[in-house]
Design a binder for this molecule. Structure first.
Ligand SMILES: [Zn+2]
Length: 354
């Protein structure tokens, strides 16, 4: 491994396989944290071939709830079975994050089976929970393997898979903000290999957009591979500046203001187009990628009103300061009402995907 690889971290071990065969082949008791769908579908394919010792429905990420669940699992299994068990996450973000928490708390190995490509939780080592509603990171865990079951992923609603572009597209605005902040000597210093990864991912996303739109195997493979590389690089760098900037801050501020929670990759795709326009940073590029990938990002399809958009942008610098977020272009320049209207008009031309 050369120096450049080392600075970008070691991606999780990923296998492309039939998840039911992998789980049956483990030959140990399984503690499954799952969303349903897809759990019933996958369990049907197992047909009793795996030793499912415990099934935990994943939905509530409050830490008190998760602790009760972990205690319940530990009480239900006898000592010997618990100490041979593997924790398996099956589904989207809540399932994969619940599985991380259980593996970490119970001290057992982890296997992740992400069923949609709209979340990166299968490829990040941070264990995120909610504490009275606020996201808190309490530790890290690496899965033994991440199983990509293409048929399972394809069975998810297409718009959730197309939302997978969000956390890759965010490199477009994230890199701009990072370069600006680091040139002012603020926050994490510029790191050329990390920045080059962000640039390469954007070029590859551009090339893969049509495959993602059609939810082909190659489209799914690209998103999975992108998340692996992003996850490894963020873990190695200890920050995610190359792929998280004002577009994420807009989403957090909007969700805080309205209490709404659009699909993460969809609001990020919207916000990249809007923030790129406000940055004066080639907004047509993310716009065209969103259009070719068929990602739902039109404000009306996400329930984002003109007034909430304008108010969120106007308050963004104050919100970022209050939440101690990284420096971005909103800290560097005032945004006029004319610029906000121009950005709104630009994103209103995104294709409708009701
Ligand atoms: Zn994100």
């Amino acid at each position: 491994m050369d120096e450049m690889d080392r600075s970008l971290g070691t991606p999780f071990h990923t296998v492309e396989a039939d998840a039911s065969e992998v789980l049956a082949g483990l030959g140990v008791p399984l503690i499954v944290a799952a969303n349903d769908p897809p759990w019933t579908r996958l369990a049907g394919r197992l047909r009793g071939a795996a030793d499912v010792a415990s099934t935990v429905p994943a939905w509530d990420m409050e830490v008190d709830h998760l602790r009760r669940v972990a205690d319940g699992v530990a009480d239900a299994l006898d000592h010997d079975r618990l100490h041979r068990a593997v924790v398996v996450g099956v589904g989207g973000g809540t399932a994969l994050d619940t599985a991380k928490f259980l593996a970490w708390t119970l001290g057992r190995p982890l296997v992740q089976v992400p069923s949609i490509t709209s979340v990166d939780a299968g490829f990040t080592d941070a264990i995120g929970v909610r504490d009275c509603g606020r996201v808190r990171y309490i530790g890290t865990v690496r899965p033994e393997q991440v199983v990509i079951d293409l048929a399972l992923v394809r069975s998810a609603p297409a718009h959730l898979n197309r939302a997978g572009i969000g956390d890759v597209l965010s490199c477009h605005t994230g890199l701009y903000d990072w370069e600006l902040a680091s040139s002012r000597g603020r926050g994490h210093p510029w790191d050329a290999p990390l920045a080059a990864l962000g640039t390469a991912l954007l070029d590859e996303l551009d090339a893969a957009a049509a495959d993602i739109g059609a939810v082909t195997d190659d489209g799914i493979r690209f998103l999975v591979d992108a998340y692996r590389r992003v996850g490894a690089a963020c873990a190695a760098a200890g920050h995610s500046r190359f792929e998280e900037g004002s577009e994420h801050f807009f989403a957090y501020a909007y969700e805080h203001r309205t209490g709404a929670h659009p699909v993460h990759g969809e609001i990020i795709a919207f916000a990249v187009c809007a923030m790129a326009h406000l940055q004066g940073n080639d907004p047509q590029r993310p716009f065209d990628i969103v259009r070719r990938a068929g990602t739902r990002a039109h404000p009306h399809d996400l329930g984002i009103s003109h007034d909430d958009f304008a108010a969120t942008v106007r308050a963004l610098a104050a919100y970022a300061r209050a939440e101690a977020l990284d420096v971005s272009f909103v800290d560097d320049r005032a945004i006029s009402d004319e610029q906000i209207e121009a950005a709104w008009s630009f994103v209103s031309d995104l294709p409708r995907m009701p």
